[in-house]
Design a protein around this ligand. Structure first.
Ligand code: GFB
Length: 310
């Protein structure tokens, strides 16, 4: 058990959807939360990051800082997705080691697995096949992060662990149609179509790919749980254990939003990996399970979207 009580806990990436959810969740722990703004330290800058960690001396770190985006952003900006993420994770993990951080959790993504991995994907499928081309740059960076945490554990005995969340959604998501993930895109498209009285919405690709979704508050709860209870090399999948097709998801979002028009397909846009349902067995064996059902989660996010007039 690693106790967070009384500890200085740095949430790297506190302005992002995952980082802000971890901060909300940590409010229930008796710990001191640290954050670094872009002015405090550009996390792609090794010297600035090391100086900030050396000065603030966190006891524990949630490494949720990353350059993230949906399928099109990943495919359009491969250099940014690979370089920024490599730099951020290398600077934080090495800086944490030098400053004597007791415990660190690195967060990756389910896209680390081979495109055609057997489903549901168990943790040992890592590096057993070719990656999905639309996001291989991001995946390579995230695989390097897992290995970096493992390398510091092996060489220095550092208690650094990794969690691989599935496709996340929640408050604070990016709703920009060019760079977002599918969930916020569908919420925006259905909402705007309803308001304008449009007869149809257009989704990307065939609608046949299957995706697994987890509300970010469930993800944050799993991260805190693992930080406290887990200490091993390798990584743990963080998911709901259930997936649906993009077309089924679109129908669910339209129903929640109240849009009754047609769904049409833009087949010039990529489908990406056909399926990436992760096995939830390892996480469930630690005693954790998700609490937010998909329909309830989408409904809550739609209300958040309306309240924030995005
Ligand atoms: O969420 P998404 O962008 O990312 O797309 P990935 C999931 C699926 O939804 C794809 C389809 O098959 C898209 O073609 N889709 C349909 C849409 N309509 C839309 C739309 O309007 N916007 C978007 N964005 N998609 C990302 C990776 O993969 O998932 C990242 O690129 C990361 O590296 C992240 O792992 C979690 O699930 O395909």
């Amino acid at each position: 058990m690693y106790a967070l009580r009384g500890k200085r806990v740095w949430v790297a990436g506190h302005r992002g959807m995952v980082g802000s959810a971890i901060i909300r969740r940590l409010a229930r722990e008796d710990c001191e939360i640290l954050t670094a703004s872009r002015q405090d330290a550009d996390l792609r800058d090794q010297a600035a990051t090391a100086a900030w960690i050396g000065r603030e001396k966190p006891d524990a770190v949630f490494l949720a800082a990353a350059k993230v985006g949906g399928i099109l952003a990943n495919d359009t900006y491969p250099a940014d997705f690979l370089y920024d993420n490599l730099m951020i994770e290398a600077n934080i993990i090495n800086g944490a080691h030098k400053a004597g951080v007791e415990k660190l959790m690195f967060l990756g993504s389910s896209c680390i697995y081979p495109k055609f991995a057997p489903q549901p994907i168990t943790e040992d499928a890592l590096l057993t096949g070719t990656l999905e081309p639309t996001n291989e740059w991001y995946a390579i960076a995230k695989i390097a992060g897992i290995k970096l945490a493992d390398a510091y554990r092996k060489q220095h005995g550092d208690d650094y662990i990794s969690g691989m969340p599935t496709n996340l959604y929640g408050p604070g998501d990016n709703f920009d149609l060019n760079s977002s993930h599918v969930m916020p895109a569908l919420i925006r498209k259905a909402h705007e179509a309803k308001l304008s009285g449009a007869s149809e919405i257009t989704i990307w690709g065939t609608g046949t790919p299957r995706r697994e979704f987890l509300h970010v508050d469930d993800c944050a709860d799993a991260c805190v749980h693992l930080m406290r209870t887990h200490s091993e090399a390798g990584h743990v999948n963080i998911g709901s254990g259930e997936d649906i097709t993009i077309l089924e998801l679109t129908e669910m979002v339209c129903e929640i939003v109240g849009f009754q028009g047609k769904i049409v397909h833009d087949l010039s846009k990529p489908d990406g990996t056909p399926r990436k349902l992760m096995s939830a067995d390892k996480l469930r064996a630690t005693g954790w399970s998700p609490k937010i059902a998909l329909r309830d989660g989408i409904s809550a996010v739609y209300h958040w979207f309306l309240d924030h007039k995005i």
